[in-house]
Design a protein around this ligand. Structure first.
Ligand code: FE
Length: 206
């Protein structure tokens, strides 16, 4: 059994602790560092800053090309907690990317990938507002990894971003060496399962 490591704190936890401080203390702390340091430097990565592109992560061993085009991976035989993942594909200057390819693949609720067919694999294209919607299940755990989705995102005529998305409050987030808190989705419980949101930010090369 893995034990949570209370001495390890994610960037998000630091941020939460920071935001919980009284405002006067926060500004006093900043004042000691440098007058000019903007508070926004600590904000969650988002579009609007060239350095805040969604980070790349390893593809892993289980990508299969030519997945079917679909927004729902739910089909007969798929069990587990249903989840709807939504978000946008944005440029670093916050513009929506229409017709971006978003290709998800992930393990089933027992932590197994379908490496023969296309179960829990599918690609789609963002709409005119850059939005994607994926209906699927919460993936199971498999040895050595925390809970995650794999995804490839590609704006038209741009380089493919291969990355992974993570779930908050997972014990293994503290021990998984690939995990990056910047790639945490915002997850909520709803009546028939969960919802999650994540916006991808791409650097567009003209
Ligand atoms: Fe994986």
């Amino acid at each position: 059994m893995e034990k949570p490591n209370p001495t390890k704190r994610t960037r998000r936890e630091f941020l939460q602790a920071f935001l919980a401080m009284p405002v006067t203390f926060v500004f006093a702390a900043w004042g000691r560092r440098t007058e000019a340091a903007p508070l926004a430097l600590l904000s969650t990565p988002d579009c609007g800053d060239d350095d805040d592109v969604t980070p790349r992560q390893t593809e892993g061993p289980y990508f299969t090309p030519n997945s079917p085009e679909r927004t729902s991976l739910l089909e007969s035989g798929i069990t587990g907690t249903k989840i709807t993942v939504t978000g946008k594909v944005l440029t670093t200057d916050c513009k929506p990317v229409a017709h971006a390819l978003v290709d998800f693949w992930h393990a089933d609720d027992k932590g197994e990938y379908d490496n023969v067919g296309y179960k829990l694999r599918g690609h789609q294209f963002t709409d005119a507002t850059g939005r994607y919607t994926l209906k699927t299940i919460v993936p199971g755990l498999y040895p050595g990894r925390t809970r995650h989705y794999h995804v490839k995102v590609q704006a038209p005529n741009q380089r493919i971003l291969t990355t992974q998305l993570y779930f908050p409050d997972e014990r293994r987030n503290n021990t998984d060496r690939i995990f990056n808190p910047v790639l945490l989705m915002e997850v909520k419980n709803v009546a028939d399962g969960k919802t999650a949101t994540f916006d991808f930010v791409l650097k567009i090369v003209k």
